[in-house]
Every structure is written in structure tokens, then in C-alpha cells.
Design a protein around this ligand. Structure first.
Ligand SMILES: Nc1ncnc2c1ncn2[C@@H]1O[C@H](COP(=O)(O)OP(=O)(O)OP(=O)(O)O)[C@@H](O)[C@H]1O
Ligand SMILES: C[C@H](N)[C@H](N)CCCCCC(=O)O
Ligand SMILES: [Mg+2]
Length: 227
């Protein structure tokens, strides 16, 4: 039976996908078969008649098992906006049951670890008064938080952790990602986060150049996930 982890972040564009890929690579290095799942994606382009999202394509590429794109990304909306608004515009309501069905199909494979990447931050509206966090709660999925290191991230990180725990979920770990290479007093902020966040620390990723991207996995310690 696969272990499933939900990847959330302190905001959009903080490195959820970037870190998920590194986590997947760390899983493979630990001998795990891994799959990535992006249930709800906005900011998609039409490729061979199918709307595809760069996050979902990245997770598909990193997956150990080759599956059709649609199994990685059931909801793909073209505009790079809040998905619930895109869904309304497309007259395609986001149904949690379909997200569940997609995850169930991935669990039928030989995957050991399934990483589910959210969109935006923890409280992502799906429309009809529902949130993606409601689905995570219903599925009882442990959560990994990606903290994007930028001014204001301490508040965002602590409030996100409060919300995850208020929703009754386990924080399986957290990663500090250098989202803003120019953040001032980075080391002091990192020390503050490490002191305040009571959850397994899975690693700290510096801002990597294109040439260094393949080293991202070396900054991840998956040990807390292997327990
Ligand atoms: N540590 C890093 N070093 C270099 N580039 C990074 C790093 N972290 C993130 N990036 C780049 O910053 C951009 C935003 O990262 P990413 O797409 O992973 O954010 P995200 O949280 O997944 O965004 P979204 O909410 O849209 O899913 C991407 O181009 C990514 O490759
Ligand atoms: C388009 C962007 N990159 C993300 N995929 C979607 C971000 C949704 C944010 C919703 C919100 O909290 O305001
Ligand atoms: Mg992403």
C-alpha cells in the first residue's frame, strides 16, 4: 500500500513543484517507486489537443511508473488564475470525488510513495464553498509544508501549520526553500523558522542555477518519511 504525502506551501510560487521533484528523487534513491499527482492545476497550455500544466508534466516526468498525463492531473484549466474561478469560467465544477478517484487509481499501481501537489497555499478554494484542504482532511493525508524563504514567510509558515493541525492532520515534515535569492538576513530567518516549527525537518534548498538543479536532491533528508 503506497504512502501518500500532500505537498502544500506558504504561498503560490514558493517551490512546491521544485521541492516535490527533489523529494521524488530522494524516494527513488531510497529504493521507492514514486508517483506525482497534481489534482488541480491552473495555467495550462493546449498540447496535442490536451490542456497540460508544467507542474503536472514535471511530476509525470519524475514518476517511476509511466502513466497517461490525465492520471497525473484530472483538472487542468487554461488561465493562470485561482482554479475555482477558472473552473467557473470553464463551467467545469471541481468535484472532490473525482480527485479521490484519481488518487485511488494511482494507489492501484506498484507505487510506494505518492506525492500530491496542491495549488497555491493550504486553503485553496475549489468552488461551492469547498477547499482542497477539506479533501486532504477527508483522505487523512500527511502533509509536507514547503516554506518559501521570503520576507513574511514566518507568519505564513506558522499560520499554515496551525491550519493543517486544526484540520486534524499530521505534518510529516517541512522544507525550507530559497524562493527569494535576495532575502536579507536569510540565516537569521532560517534559524527562527527551525526554532519555531515543531515538525520533522526534511531539508533546506539554496537557490540553484540551471546547472545545479540536478543537485537539489542532495539537500533533502527523507529519513523522517522512511519511518
Ligand atoms: N531553490 C530553487 N532554486 C532555483 N529555482 C527555484 C527554486 N525553488 C523554486 N525555483 C523556481 O521558482 C519557480 C517557482 O517554483 P515552483 O514552480 O516549484 O513553485 P510552486 O509553489 O510549485 O508554484 P505553484 O503554486 O504555481 O504550483 C519555478 O521556476 C522553479 O523552478
Ligand atoms: C496560477 C498559480 N501559479 C497557481 N497555480 C494557482 C494559485 C491559486 C491561488 C489562490 C489564492 O489563494 O489566492
Ligand atoms: Mg507547483
Amino acid at each position: 500500500m503506497a504512502n501518500t504525502f500532500f505537498i502544500t506551501g506558504t504561498d503560490t510560487e514558493v517551490g512546491k513543484t521544485f521541492v516535490t521533484r527533489a523529494l521524488m528523487q530522494a524516494g527513488k534513491e531510497a529504493g521507492k517507486q514514486v508517483l506525482g499527482y497534481k489534482p488541480v492545476a491552473s495555467g495550462c497550455e493546449l498540447i496535442n489537443g490536451e490542456l497540460k500544466n508544467e507542474d503536472a508534466l514535471a511530476l509525470q516526468a519524475e514518476s517511476s511508473i509511466k502513466l497517461p498525463y490525465a492520471m497525473h492531473n484530472p483538472y487542468a484549466f487554461a488561465p493562470a488564475i485561482a482554479p475555482h474561478i477558472a473552473a467557473e469560467q470553464a463551467a467545469e465544477p471541481i468535484e472532490p470525488a473525482r480527485i479521490t478517484e484519481g488518487l485511488a487509481r494511482l494507489k492501484e499501481t506498484t507505487a510506494d510513495w505518492i506525492f500530491v501537489e496542491g495549488a497555491g497555499g493550504w486553503r485553496l478554494p475549489l468552488g461551492q464553498g469547498r477547499f482542497l484542504s477539506d479533501w486532504v482532511k477527508k483522505e487523512h493525508i500527511p502533509v509536507i509544508l514547503v516554506v518559501g524563504a521570503r520576507l513574511g514567510c514566518i507568519n505564513h509558515a506558522l499560520l499554515t501549520l496551525e491550519a493543517i493541525r486544526h484540520d486534524g492532520l499530521v505534518v510529516a515534515g517541512w522544507v525550507l526553500n530559497r524562493a527569494d535569492a535576495h532575502m536579507s538576513h536569510y540565516e537569521e530567518n532560517a534559524a527562527t523558522l527551525k526554532a519555531l516549527i515543531k515538525a520533522p525537518f526534511l531539508g533546506e534548498l539554496p537557490r540553484l542555477t540551471e546547472e545545479e538543479i540536478s543537485t537539489a536532491v542532495s539537500y533533502i533528508d527523507p529519513a523522517p518519511l522512511l519511518k
